[in-house]
Design a protein around this ligand. Structure first.
Ligand code: FEO
Length: 495
């Protein structure tokens, strides 16, 4: 099956209605996905990306019904991840020697997956062009870390179509191809889920890349992503939405998530949520048990929130494992400009809450007072939890009209003052002195210390940053010097 996109461009991808897991089981797909591949037939015939390796046979069969594969003059690989280049092995078996245009970084990942170093790779950089006839050109734009170091976008002049690969996509399957043909709420929900769970760590790069593309000042009539729909109606709406999401995005929303051994921490969560609502009825409050709710939905809510409460019972003096896993994910997603507070019930020690507080601080959240309750909260403790929710909501209020109302109607007694069960764990201090000369990678947080240098790249110990050669690449994420900032100025920006 092919779908006409515009003029001589056809979609030749694969829909996947039943897929549920992506990146192992880390990303749950609730609406399926598609692997979008595009065939351009001008004087030259060009294939842009392929499909997931599980659909190699179907892809080739489908393509052969459309054209003689030998007519393909070259293949553009915008991204080497298996969901886009998975069918390359099957394709290149049919058309060996056909040029493959990709970034230099992509050769490593394509060969790493397909083990064919002999393929006819042609590396391109931002601004490189290929004439495909009929007055049209392809222009390549490197987009490292959107989503892998190898990623790039390809722009087709004349038709003004940007093949953006992962960027601006969403895991969403529909028989309609274009954004104006599908349910708008479903579409934007999946766009946000995709951005918040996959692209958040690279927000700095998203902003920089979009500004770079906008600076080209070229028309964009369509954005043809590699997952989900093609943006043809007001296509730049998703570009502006990305700029907003990449700019420390938050709404007037507080997310509470917890795990609870005996329902005690859950009782605390309920009371805290009530307290938040008491103080600020306008704020959206969302409460999740991590052992029962969709993890990616919780993370999408964290992304949308100005602050989060994280709760756990203490088990063996540590937090419950699913909370530890969530905190690890949150650390990796590098949320910025958000607040957080820890809470939890305990029996004979309260180690979980202390550990959650420390992890949240390390993850770059501005942490507020923690709250511990011993055993099952009684009426007094529940009032304290509710009051705690009010006090934190007051600290986090972003509009002036929120006011602390009178005591809750179901209580006949005045709330008691907060008992001294709440405690603050001091933020971890940086081990870097004020005058340190270290540089930090804003993508992966790897630190360049001039005292150590980077001998693997021939940078001797004692080399100051301004003498590090321009070809230097971050050893962790393979990006260049331009993504580094001074460590002492990072202020969590790189976290
Ligand atoms: Fe859709 Fe990074 O692959």
């Amino acid at each position: 099956m092919t779908i006409h996109v515009k003029n001589n461009i056809h979609w030749v991808g694969q829909r996947d209605w039943e897929v549920q897991d992506f990146h192992g089981t880390e990303y749950k797909m609730t609406k399926g996905t598609s692997y979008n591949s595009y065939l351009i037939r001008e004087e030259k015939t060009v294939l842009i990306d392929t499909v997931d390796h599980r659909f190699s046979h179907q892809f080739i069969q489908n393509l052969e019904m459309e054209i003689d594969l030998k007519e393909i003059d070259f293949v553009v690989v915008n991204h080497a991840e298996e969901d886009h280049s998975g069918a390359l092995s099957a394709l290149m078996e049919k058309i060996p020697g056909t040029p493959i245009y990709c970034t230099e970084a992509a050769i490593d990942s394509i060969v790493g997956h397909h083990h064919h170093p002999e393929w006819n790779f042609k590396t391109v950089k931002t601004g490189d062009t290929i004439d495909i006839g009929n007055g049209k050109q392809l222009i390549f734009i490197e987009a490292p870390m959107l989503h892998w170091p190898d990623s790039m976008m390809t722009y087709l002049t004349g038709d003004a179509v940007l093949f953006s690969n992962d960027a601006f996509g969403q895991h969403y399957c529909d028989e309609h191809l274009f954004n104006d043909e599908v349910d708008q709420n479903e579409l934007m929900e999946q766009c946000l889920r995709y951005y918040s769970n996959i692209l958040t760590p690279f927000s700095n790069l998203v902003t920089a890349k979009i500004k770079e593309v906008l600076s080209f000042n070229v028309p964009v009539d369509m954005i043809a992503t590699s997952h989900g729909i093609v943006w043809r109606d007001n296509p730049t709406q998703i570009v502006h939405q990305y700029l907003e999401w990449a700019d420390n995005y938050q709404e007037d929303r507080i997310t509470i998530f917890y795990d609870s051994m005996s329902n005690n921490t859950r009782m605390m969560a309920d009371a805290i949520a009530q307290g938040i609502h008491d103080f600020d009825p306008k704020v959206a409050v969302k409460v999740f048990n991590v052992s029962k709710h969709d993890k990616n939905e919780i993370l999408a809510n964290v992304f949308r929130s100005k602050g989060i409460f994280v709760g756990s019972s203490t088990m063996n003096n540590v937090m419950m494992p699913k909370i530890a896993g969530m905190l690890e994910e949150i650390t990796g997603l590098r949320f910025r400009g958000k607040k957080a507070a820890a809470f939890g019930s305990y029996g004979w020690n309260g180690g979980a809450v202390d550990r959650i507080h420390a992890r949240l601080t390390d993850a770059g959240f501005e942490t507020a007072l923690s709250l511990k309750t011993k055993w099952r909260p009684d009426g007094k403790a529940m009032r304290e939890c509710r009051e705690h929710g009010r006090q934190i909501a007051k600290q986090w209020a972003i509009h002036s009209e929120a006011t602390l109302p009178s005591a809750p109607t179901q209580s006949t007694t005045k709330p008691e003052p907060i008992a001294p069960i709440a405690e603050v764990v001091p933020a971890k201090q940086s081990s870097h002195p004020a005058d340190c000369q270290c540089m930090i990678c804003t993508v992966c947080n790897w630190i360049y210390d001039p005292a150590t240098g980077e001998p693997n790249q021939g940078v001797e110990p004692g080399t100051p940053w301004n003498e590090v050669p321009d070809y230097f690449l971050c050893p962790e994420c393979n990006l260049g010097k331009d993504v580094f900032i001074e460590h002492n100025k990072s202020n969590g920006e790189a976290a």
